[in-house]
Design a protein around this ligand. Structure first.
Ligand code: BTN
Length: 254
C-alpha cells in the first residue's frame, strides 16, 4: 500500500519544527528532491517521502536499495542551531531509534556515528548532506516490511524482527515527533544531554573496533564519545585518538 500523508499529519505533534510533507511514488533519491527544494528556498521541516528510490544512496557513496513500498524512505530539510550542528549525526540516530521504539516497541542500539542496529544487524541508516548555506538534508531509510530473505547480509527489518507487517505512517510520525522534541529540548536545555543519550543507546562502547585511516587499518577499543560527538578510541599502544564522523570509511567490530 502506498503512503497516506493525511494519516501521518494527524499523528504529528505541533512543535518548533513545522513539518511540510510531500509524497513522490518514485524518485531517484529523496536526497536529490530535498536538495533541490532547499536550494529553491524551502524551509526547515520540508519533507519528502517515497515508495521507491531508483538511485538511493548511503554513506560513502554506497547504494541504498529497498523494494517498492517496503521501506520507510524520507529526507527532510533542517536548519540546526550552531551548537546542534556537530552533534546532528548523534541526535538524528537517537530520534530514529526513539521513533522506532515508540511506534513498534523494537529497541535498537546505535553504532557510531549513526547506524541503528538490532542484534548487530542494520535496521536503519542515516545520511546527512549539506547543499550549501545553513540547511542540512537528513535522509533516513528504515527497513520495515522486507522479508529476511530479501535483505542484504548484515541487515534486518521490522518484519524480520517482529514477524508482523507494519504501517510506515505511524513510524514516520514517531520519528519526526522525536526529532521536533529533541529540537525543543536543545532550545530549552542546550545540547549537553545528546552525548549521554547516545551513550545509553550505544552497543559499541568498551568493545574492540577497527577502522581505516589514510589507507591503514587502525585497531583499538571504542572508549567513549567526546563532548563534540567524536569517537574516542584507545589504540593498542595506549594512545587515545579522536575520530570524527565522515573521516573513517568502515568502522567495524574487531
Ligand atoms: C547509510 O549508509 O547508512 C545511510 C543510508 C541512508 C538512506 C536514506 S533512504 C532516504 C534517503 N535517500 C537516499 O538516497 N538516502 C537516504
Amino acid at each position: 500500500m502506498s503512503l497516506d500523508l493525511e494519516r501521518i499529519r494527524a499523528l504529528l505533534v505541533e512543535g518548533e519544527v513545522r513539518w511540510r510533507l510531500h509524497y513522490e511514488p518514485s524518485c531517484s533519491s529523496t536526497q536529490d528532491l530535498a536538495r533541490s527544494a532547499a536550494i529553491g528556498g524551502a524551509d526547515q521541516g520540508w519533507t519528502v517521502i517515497t515508495d521507491l528510490q531508483l538511485e538511493g544512496r548511503g554513506r560513502h557513496g554506497r547504494p541504498w536499495i529497498a523494494p517498492s513500498e517496503t521501506a520507510l524512505l524520507f529526507s527532510t530539510i533542517l536548519l540546526p542551531p550552531v551548537d546542534v550542528l556537530p552533534l546532528l549525526p548523534l541526535l538524528a540516530a537517537l530520534s530514529v531509534a526513539g521513533g522506532i521504539e515508540v511506534a513498534t516497541g523494537v529497541v535498537a542500539h546505535l553504532k557510531w556515528p549513526n547506524d541503528v542496529l538490532v542484534n548487530d544487524h542494520k535496521l536503519a541508516g542515516i545520511l546527512l548532506e549539506h547543499p550549501g548555506g545553513a540547511a542540512v538534508i537528513l535522509g533516513v531509510g528504515v527497513n520495515v516490511n522486507q522479508p529476511a530473505a530479501d535483505l542484504p547480509s548484515g541487515a534486518t527489518s521490522l518484519l524480520a524482527l517482529t514477524g508482523r507487517s507494519l504501517d510506515r505512517e505511524p513510524l514516520l510520525a514517531a520519528i519526526l515527533n522525536d526529532l521536533a522534541n529533541a529540537y525543543d529540548r536543545a532550545d530549552r536545555e542546550g545540547v549537553g544531554w545528546i552525548v549521554p543519550g547516545w551513550r545509553s543507546r550505544s552497543s559499541m562502547l568498551g568493545k574492540p573496533v577497527a577502522f581505516q585511516r589514510d589507507g591503514a587499518t587502525i585497531r583499538g577499543v571504542a572508549e567513549d564519545l567526546g563532548a563534540d560527538g567524536a569517537l574516542l578510541v584507545r589504540l593498542e599502544d595506549g594512545r587515545r585518538v579522536s575520530v570524527i564522523a565522515g573521516e573513517v570509511e568502515r568502522l567495524r567490530p574487531d
